[in-house]
Design a protein around this ligand. Structure first.
Ligand code: ADP
Ligand code: MG
Ligand code: MG
Length: 269
């Protein structure tokens, strides 16, 4: 069993800052293989009463083995912290990748969107809802592959129809959650629609001067403004994912079979 002593910190090596601590680059002392270690301060965990969230984060991420899901290799703790040893994603998160690109061509957007869909499909097949899909929680590795991370809000569907609220960014929140009604895995599908919109625009579809205005725009089903010259089939796909009523929202198989996706698969070969 691994301990903190098996790793050496890289300098400066900070990869990100999270709500409960920092994520730092480290390497295995013996194999020199690199890892990202998420350091979570116990004082912070207890302050926010999220010990259950942390247990769930570890349990779920440990179980999920998929090329587009960030692998959790080991975890351990000392007096102050809990440490998660994660697969290292060299290019950081998709938010910073998108900021550098400003906005993406549809083929680039497809590449990231499709891989995120594969990961989400895998989670849903395993009765897991991610619940916090957004570009900050999508990592990009050296080969430009998506690695979905941050299972801190994820939930197992076995206890069906969970009710809860979020803190943090609201741009990716589904209307049924904004309205505080019951919801299920289809909230992740909504987030995929927001993601695809944001990748090709450089900003999220629901805007507002403050958080409440944004939430209002989401729940009141304000029509989405697309930029001119966006391909018709891409607009159609986004519109049909961003269906406020989850009953009418596209399902994962319908997304994979959508004409825009079909057109992109052909371009890949
Ligand atoms: P939090 O739960 O606090 O949001 P995250 O797990 O989302 O923490 O990590 C915060 C940030 O740290 C990410 O947005 C990313 O920039 C960086 N990060 C996290 N894990 C990795 C990793 N495996 N490789 C590279 N960077 C990472
Ligand atoms: Mg995060
Ligand atoms: Mg988290």
């Amino acid at each position: 069993r691994k301990t903190l002593n098996d790793y050496e910190w890289a300098n400066p090596g900070q990869l990100g800052a999270g709500s409960y601590g920092v994520v730092r680059l480290a390497y295995d002392k013996y194999t020199k293989e690199r890892f990202a270690i998420k350091i979570m301060q116990k004082s912070q965990i207890f302050k926010f009463c999220t010990i259950d969230n942390l247990k769930r984060e570890i349990k779920i991420q440990k179980r999920m083995v998929h090329p587009n899901i960030c692998k959790l290799y080991h975890y351990f703790e000392d007096k102050q912290n809990v440490y998660l040893v994660l697969e290292y994603a060299q290019r950081g998160n998709l938010f910073s990748v998108l900021k550098k690109a400003n906005k993406m061509d549809e083929s680039v957007a497809f590449w990231y969107f499709y891989q995120t869909c594969l990961a989400i499909d895998h989670l849903h097949h395993n009765q897991i809802i991610h619940r916090d899909l957004k570009p900050e929680n999508l990592l990009v590795d050296q080969a430009n592959n998506i690695k979905v991370c941050d299972f801190g809000w994820s939930a197992e569907n076995s206890n069906n129809q969970i009710r809860t609220t979020f803190c943090g960014t609201v741009d990716y929140m589904a209307p049924e959650m904004v309205k505080r009604s019951t919801y299920d895995h289809r909230i992740d599908i909504w987030s995929l629609g927001v993601l695809l919109f944001e990748l090709v625009h450089g900003y999220a579809p629901f805007q507002g001067n403050n958080q409440n205005q944004k939430l209002d725009n989401i729940s009141k089903n304000k029509p989405i403004q697309f930029r001119p010259n966006l391909e018709f089939d891409l607009v159609d796909l986004i519109k049909n994912i961003l269906q406020p009523n989850p009953e009418y929202r596209l399902t994962m198989p319908q997304i994979f079979d959508h004409p825009w996706m079909m057109r992109q698969y052909k371009k890949m070969n």
